[in-house]
Write a protein of this length. Structure first.
Length: 155
């Protein structure tokens, strides 16, 4: 269960192209921008560098400056700009989801994720009474969330 970040699939490459359209960056700067601007917690090098390599293979970005792998500066190509323009609707949807995700995290989503992670880790060791109490809390929380979303106020 991956509650800590939204599923991006093609959205990640769009976000990377979006950032590079603004200015050339190296991989680490891209990771930091994804975290700071979109709330993606600690995007890993194991995700970013293969994404950059794929974008480079497709001719959507190019290396603007030499150096070590971590210090290569990437910039968007004309083909990359055209790709972003052709996928503008998908980019806007990805940006919208990232804004929602970031706000959700600010509302306490991170705490909710931590609590569920702990619950899943220790679920088998919980007593019947603990599970019964958790059932009440989860159902009440879900009910209150639905009520607030549907009617704009708490129960």
């Amino acid at each position: 269960m991956h509650l800590e970040r939204p599923r991006l699939k093609g959205g990640l490459k769009l976000l990377v192209l979006y950032l590079l359209r603004e200015s050339p960056m190296h991989g680490y700067a891209i990771m930091k921008e994804l975290e700071e601007r979109f709330g993606i917690p600690s995007p890993s090098a194991g995700v970013i560098y293969p994404t950059l390599a794929g974008l480079k293979r497709k001719g959507l970005i190019e290396v603007a400056g030499g150096g070590t792998r971590e210090k290569k500066t990437y910039r968007i190509t004309e083909r990359g700009v055209e790709y972003l323009e052709q996928h503008e609707d998908e980019l806007e949807e990805t940006l919208r989801r990232m804004r929602i995700y970031r706000e959700f995290r600010k509302l306490g989503g991170d705490e909710l994720v931590k609590a569920f992670r702990l619950l899943f880790e220790r679920f088998e060791s919980l007593s019947g009474e603990q599970k019964e109490e958790l059932s009440k809390v989860i159902k009440d929380c879900a009910k209150r969330i639905r009520f607030i979303v549907e009617f704009g106020e708490g129960i």
